[in-house]
Design a protein around this ligand. Structure first.
Ligand code: PEP
Ligand code: MG
Length: 574
């Protein structure tokens, strides 16, 4: 029967697929007993689920291709090893046979027992393997609840329905042909959402009722822009879906005409559009769409895929390809910004921090891991010989951090010269303005920086003290707050006065809702995902700067969010 769900769109795109529900609630399964006569059947059901999990892993292993094949293959092998561990299965059988527990509850008990062993290990890498244990147990649990006879192997054409999705899982899902993801938690500002947009994978987040309303195997229509989900769509829905697909294709074609157009306002001010990129595909797209360069390359996504962090040579090759890919246009590579919601699988992040968003994240983590940071800096400097490249430092909160990076840069430069490596004469060093302290101490910090890039995703999170990943705060966590506008105005004024280039690279820069506001505030360099680039170019070509400035003055006088919202919608439609 047709059902409807509405949640938050986090990565746009339309998809039609079959629900694949992941029941990670194995960790919340309450105590469940079974009768003595059901024991053998329950054990058989559990063993069958193990077989299903094994054959899924084997199938995925065979289908892996491309750049991620090697790293992902290692993951899968490890998961197979865990599945084949005789202790695991015997322990489960015992729990069912001797304590009369259901297979679900036995799985939960075994998982908790093994997790506490992992938690007690000193080595952070080994400790982080607990995540793999959870994946394996979660896979067996999901297999326990799948309809017998359903296609449990391939995931091509599936819509994954899960509680949450980690950034590290997303690339794997697209490789497997998953057409969309729905999560009951999460927010559109999370790093998973950013990565989903980069992978062009439709994502709907905050769908609290997803697990109640969607069953494994249901047909789903997903709109990643509006957040609408139709379960078991009817003929009219399917016709509407086809119409929307055609409209999107027409719109895309119309936008394509702007590929070679200038990004210029009606009154003749040229605006520079840079791309945010997470992959080589993004860079190729940015180049083709006429981006002025790459304004933000998030290097941490290279570190989220493997069990080992990439070494200097692997990083150098990746960065060199990116720099060459832009054929002389500048590429700004950001140093590692791991931590908070970007926890790695290689055990680099500090585990178990009480408050990771305020913890050892970004530049703090890099400075705490000198060997790792040195390898990255060397790789970056080596890549600078292949095109115009800038280095950007995330999460800066004080001058000491900038000075420490400068010192490392100069030390690596000397080392590389002595080793006869080519390096560009000039590599500019910029800082992200995303911590309120950095925004407030600009004169001190900018003194040692060649350029500034405002990370509004974090700046808004830290200014408003609202977790960007918390769906309960999704509507309040918005740049439409007087404090945010005031801070952005001050940063842009400061840059103009001192002649320091300022870009904005948070998601706000790519949202046409804010274009007039940002132009009015004085922004001339936007950095955004390439999939929004043509739309933004079109928007900019339709506006007069004087109108934007007028709108902006009114917005700066507004006292609260409802006034700001009303004004911005008026300004965009008036
Ligand atoms: C930001 O915080 O706005 C930003 C661009 O960085 P990230 O989203 O990677 O934290
Ligand atoms: Mg940030």
């Amino acid at each position: 029967m047709r059902r409807f769900l509405h949640a938050q769109g986090a990565s746009r795109g339309l998809a039609l697929g079959r629900a694949r529900v992941r029941h990670s609630q194995v960790f919340d399964v309450a105590i469940e007993s079974i009768s003595a006569s059901a024991i053998e059947g329950e054990i058989e059901r559990l063993h069958l689920a193990f077989d299903v999990a094994r054959s899924e892993l084997m199938d995925m292993r065979q289908k892996l291709q491309g750049v991620l094949a090697h790293e992902l293959g290692e993951f899968l092998d490890l998961h197979n090893l865990i599945l084949d561990d005789p202790e695991l299965l015997h322990g489960l059988d015992d729990l069912i046979r001797k304590a009369n527990y259901s297979a679900d509850y036995a799985l939960r008990l075994q998982r908790d027992r093994l997790a506490s062993i992992f938690d007690g290990i000193d080595d952070p890498y080994m400790r982080s393997r607990r995540e793999d244990l959870d994946h394996v147990i979660g896979r067996v649990h999901a297999a326990l609840h799948r309809n017998p006879g359903s296609d449990v192997i391939g995931l091509a054409g599936d819509v994954l329905v899960a509680d949450a999705i980690a950034p590290s899982e997303l690339a794997q899902l697209t490789e497997r042909g998953v057409v969309a993801v729905i999560t009951s938690q999460g927010s559109a500002l999370s790093h998973s959402a950013i990565l989903a947009r980069s992978l062009h994978l439709p994502l709907v987040v905050g769908a609290h009722e997803a697990h109640m309303k969607i069953a494994d195997g249901d047909a789903l229509l997903v709109d990643g822009a509006s957040g609408e989900i139709i379960i078991e769509p009817d003929a009219e829905d399917l016709r509407q879906f086809k119409r929307m697909q055609r409209e999107t294709a027409r719109e895309r074609k119309a936008l394509q005409r702007l590929r070679d157009a200038e990004t210029i306002t009606l009154d003749g001010t040229t605006i520079r559009l840079f791309a945010n990129a997470e992959s080589r595909e993004d860079v190729a797209q940015a180049y083709e769409l006429g981006a002025s360069g790459v304004g933000l390359y998030r290097t941490e996504f290279l570190f989220l895929q493997g069990r080992e962090p990439p070494d200097e040579e692997q990083q150098f090759l990746a960065y060199r390809d990116l720099v060459m890919g832009m054929r002389g246009r500048p590429v700004t590579l950001r140093t590692l910004d791991l931590g908070a919601d970007k926890a790695d699988s290689a055990g680099i992040c500090v585990q178990g921090e009480p408050n990771p968003a305020l913890g050892v994240r970004g530049i703090r983590l890099s400075l705490a891991q000198p060997g790792l940071f040195r390898a990255q800096m060397r790789a970056l400097l080596r890549a600078s010989a292949y095109g115009k490249m800038n280095i950007l430092v995330p999460m800066v909160s004080c001058r000491e951090e900038v000075l420490a990076v400068r010192q490392l840069m100069s030390h690596c430069r000397d080392e590389l010269h002595a080793e006869n490596h080519a390096i560009a004469k000039q590599v500019n060093l910029g800082i992200m303005i995303e911590v309120p302290a950095a925004a407030l101490a600009l004169p001190q910090l900018a003194y040692d920086s060649d350029f500034l890039s405002v990370g509004t995703n974090d700046l808004v999170q830290y200014l408003l003290a609202m977790d960007r990943g918390n769906e309960a705060l999704a509507s309040a966590n918005s740049p439409l707050h007087p404090a945010v506008l005031r801070v952005l105005l001050d940063i842009l004024k400061f840059g103009r006065k001192r002649g320091i280039p300022v870009a904005i690279c948070g998601e706000m820069a790519g949202d046409p809702l804010f274009t007039r506001l940002l132009l009015g505030l004085g922004l001339r360099e936007f950095s955004l995902h390439p999939s929004n680039l043509l739309e933004l170019r079109r928007r900019i070509r339709e506006v007069n700067l004087v109108d934007c400035q007028r709108l902006c003055r009114r917005l700066l006088r507004a006292r609260d969010r409802s006034q700001l919202e009303a004004l911005i919608h008026q300004g965009n439609h008036g």
